[in-house]
Design a protein around this ligand. Sequence first.
Ligand code: Z5A
Length: 217
Amino acid sequence: MPKANRFLTIEGGEGAGKTTLIRFLTTVLQERGVEVVVTREPGGSFLGEELRELILHPKPTEPLCKEAELFLFLAARSQHIETLIKPALEADKVVICDRFNDSTIAYQAAARGFDKKKVQNLCDIASLCLSPSLTLYLDVPPSIGVRRAHRRNDQNGDQIDRIEQEDLSFHEKVREGFLELAKEDPKRIRIIDTTKAPATVKRHAEELVQEWLKQIL
Ligand code: Z5A
């Protein structure tokens, strides 16, 4: 098993600002001379990207049941770790991953209603017990995050994906799920309030990452 200590994950609800922040943090790390691999879930491998298309398709050929959805996310994760994350960590690179196990707990357990402990056990199997040493959870009320994401989709001409189509109460449960995880593991999961201005969000994230670098480099 590779050392997991250079593994950083970014979590959050819809429109929380993950993509924006990951771009910024990549630059910060590269300026420090750190080799960085940026990836995402679901995705990151050929199979993972194909599964992403299937899972998030806005108009699936038949409704995807929640059990199939859960196992597709997990299958994508195992393949992603084997083909991309593990080799990069073994080569001593920093891996930044947009979503990981915490998303499965927040979306499939807290919001879809699967038993949390059971989902955690499945995540342990799927992720070969790999865990990030730092997770930045970007917190935003769904009413704000959903609005931001829809505005961005309009600007980019992107469709609203299958999970984004869920109602506000679903996204509220996702947020509660993330906040509960952060309470349970405050050392690993650091909360960043992304209702704040982008410059403030970046400053807070950079402080946390610089602190983390002292422990891992
Ligand atoms: N999912 C799951 O259910 N189970 C799992 O195990 C996994 C995933 C791994 C993947 O989508 C979906 O799969 C996701 C969870 C589920 N479904 N949902 N919803 P994704 O991660 O690819 O996409 P997303 O979650 O929908 O994220 P996003 O919409 O792409 O948002 P983002 O990357 O967090 O935000 P952004 O694009 O950086 O920012 C959104 C807009 O806000 C953009 O115009 C920014 O310029 C703006 N922004 C960013 N920061 C700020 C601040 N601070 N102030 C104001 N405006 C800002």
